[in-house]
Design a protein around this ligand. Structure first.
Ligand code: WTA
Length: 632
């Protein structure tokens, strides 16, 4: 059994032990899983390359640990409980036995369609149980899954399919979200037509049953699994074999395929799940994220199933049929642990307390937050209206690249403080540095957040481009992983995440590279150049503010703005649409031609009081124009 910390003294002792001898600590955790061969060495590492191997030589299959291992002890316990978009539709549940059989059937269907160990399978699906089943079926046979959030556009999907040369795409016919019925299959068809030559099969799950156009490479999920056996031997994987790729945005225009491997990811996600949520047998746990993001991978699918938990999957949105849906579902399923994003909390807070106060939330024991800084007002509202001042909030900081939760309070064990993700998990060695890489010692200080020692679920590479991984995360400061976040350490050693210090903005918890959005805007035929920055937004955390230079004067600005938003929706997806578009005749540039984003950020945040020294600009006169044209 994975160890669970139960009190403060134990946290302190465990943390110290994990730092004094990380190998011994993680080896102890790894012992509780089933391995077909034990590892030869717990850890080998070199951050400069980077080259990190956990449990090297160990052989395992993560699905045996998620499923088979639980069959004798909890085969009839519900593993996945699915709440549909429409509250009048039936809830579905899969016990561990049923989930095991469904995964095996699907694994056999994948094999029957020529998918083998090492092949890449792309998922573009709504939040239906089949998404979890499909992902686990890949892991069962050693195929690498790459889940693409089903809100991305056809062109963004095509880029991701091509980057990983996926052999298969798995999708649904339609995606029911709120009152919308999104034609997922049609978007896949469009993506495939954009030169995704590696794709041999598109496997379609019938979800809503509405009509779809049928192509030669398409096959129905239900037909492919129909005759398959409900047992499938698990492929023996090396601890360091790739488990999945997940694309995320960075400072450059092209999203990176973050790669996670089997053994370390398994140990870390299970350990953090059990400890951060203090999960006990019989609890019903609900994380509202989408499996298209890392939170869904680690804390809807893998972490909870590894721990033998009952994990809830929700198809819908927080505001349908009304802004009480989350709380209605908590009440209905007697949820014990609830994990969501600050943007959802802020959106629901804005709708009024009547939506939450009428539900019985007395089964909740822990409530969590992830994805972006949670502001004090939202934290207080969550604490009062959801936690009723009685239960701890875990503000969990982590990243796609870290694979699992890194900084968090442990509920009922360490203290909580609004806006603070607080304390490192055991095994996590944090450091603050200044921009030159000097260590910021002592408390009550700010700096750039880095990690000095490997942890099991860390990024191994960026798919197909290892140098990019080195450059992005391991080259800023010698021998450290750089998170891209700034942080403050308070007088008691708690960490508060301030936000990204690179060109990444966090819109409703979705990571967006400014360059990515700019590239999309620039596809508009009348746009010459653009610069995108984040600005404070009441609900989304950060909104997208775009400065745009046009070729020809714009006569109908409203029409132009709509066109720009449409282009971005087409290239990336609706999540990247700029909130504010300001047309300008130029952008403030340094003499070397670099855009001075600092100035643009200040103007976008409504603060034009002190823009700093602008005399070194190539075109200082542009600052006045930008200030005068500001739309905030
Ligand atoms: C931000 C999501 C403040 C941070 C799991 C990080 C947070 C980025 C928090 C990663 C938090 C995540 N407080 N900021 N509790 N959690 N972030 O890869 O800037 O989608 O670098 O992973 O989200 O986003 P990602």
């Amino acid at each position: 059994m994975t160890q669970q910390i139960t009190n403060l003294a134990e946290y302190k002792e465990t943390y110290q032990r994990s730092i004094d001898n990380p190998e011994a600590f993680w080896e102890e955790q790894a012992e509780s899983f089933s391995w077909s061969k034990k590892w030869d060495k717990v850890l080998e590492w070199d951050f400069r390359k980077p080259d990190v191997k956990w449990f090297a030589g160990g052989k395992l299959n993560i699905t045996e640990n998620c499923l088979d291992r639980h069959l004798s002890s909890r085969g009839d316990q519900v593993a996945i409980l699915w709440e549909p978009n429409d509250p009048d539709n039936d809830v579905q549940s899969y016990t561990y036995k049923e989930l095991h059989a469904a995964v095996c059937k699907m694994a056999n269907a994948l094999k029957a369609n020529n998918i083998k160990k090492g092949d890449r399978v792309c998922f573009y699906m709504p939040m239906v149980p089949e998404l979890a089943i499909g992902v686990l079926a890949c892991a069962r046979i050693g195929a690498i899954h790459s889940v693409v959030f089903a809100g991305f556009s056809a062109s963004a999907l095509a880029d991701r399919i091509k980057d990983a040369s996926c052999n298969m795409v798995i999708c649904s016919d339609y995606n029911a979200r709120g009152t919308k019925n999104i034609p997922v299959k049609a978007i896949v068809d469009e993506a495939i037509s954009m030169g995704c030559d590696s794709v041999e099969t598109v496997l379609v799950h019938r979800n809503t049953g509405d009509d779809v156009v049928w192509n030669d490479i398409d096959k129905w999920w239900h037909e492919e699994i129909y005759d398959q056996s409900p047992s499938c031997p698990a492929e023996v994987m090396d601890s360091e074999d790739m488990l999945f790729i997940l694309y995320t945005s960075g400072s450059t225009g092209k999203p990176k395929g973050v790669v996670h491997s089997c053994g370390g990811y398994m140990v870390y996600t299970c350990y953090t799940f059990k400890n951060v949520f203090q999960y006990s047998d019989g609890d019903i746990y609900w994380c509202t994220a989408d499996i298209g993001w890392i939170t869904g991978h680690s804390y809807i699918v893998y972490g909870p199933l590894l721990a033998g938990a009952t994990t809830v999957m929700f198809e819908g949105v927080p505001t349908y049929p009304d802004a009480g849906r989350f709380w209605e579902v908590c009440d209905k399923h007697k949820i014990n642990q609830f994990y969501t994003a600050p943007t959802a909390i802020r959106a629901l807070m804005a709708r009024g307390n009547q939506y939450v106060d009428k539900y019985d939330l007395s089964t909740l024991k822990v409530i969590g937050s992830v994805g972006e800084p949670i502001n004090e007002e939202a934290w207080n509202w969550y604490n009062e209206h959801v936690g009723k001042f009685k239960i701890p909030i875990v503000d969990t900081w982590w990243q796609t690249e870290t694979g699992g939760i890194m900084i968090t309070p442990l509920p009922g064990i360490t203290d909580t403080k609004p806006c603070y993700a607080s304390y490192p998990m055991p095994g996590v060695q944090l450091i603050l540095v200044d921009s030159e890489g000097n260590i910021v010692e002592g408390n009550d200080k700010e700096g750039l957040l880095c990690i000095t020692f490997p942890w099991p679920s860390m990024i191994r590479t960026t798919y197909g481009d290892h140098e990019r991984c080195r450059q992005t995360y391991f080259s800023s400061f010698d021998n450290m992983y750089f998170t891209g976040d700034g942080a403050r350490r308070d007088k008691d050693g708690r960490y508060r995440i301030i936000g990204r210090v690179d060109d990444v903005i966090n819109v409703s918890g979705h990571r967006m590279g400014t360059a990515e959005v700019e590239n999309a805007i620039n596809e508009h035929e009348n746009v010459v150049e653009s610069a995108v920055v984040g600005y404070p937004h009441d609900i989304k955390g950060q909104g997208i503010y775009a400065y745009v230079i046009t070729q020809n004067p714009v006569s109908d600005e409203e029409k132009f703005q709509k066109e720009v938003r449409d282009v971005v929706t087409k290239v990336i997806g609706p999540i990247a649409k700029p909130d504010i578009i300001q047309i300008t005749s130029g952008l403030p540039k340094t003499r070397s031609g670099k855009i001075m984003r600092r100035i643009l950020r200040k103007v976008a945040s409504g603060d034009v009081s002190n823009l700093g020294d602008t005399s070194t600009l190539l075109n200082p006169e542009i600052v006045e124009e930008i200030k005068n044209g500001a739309k905030v």
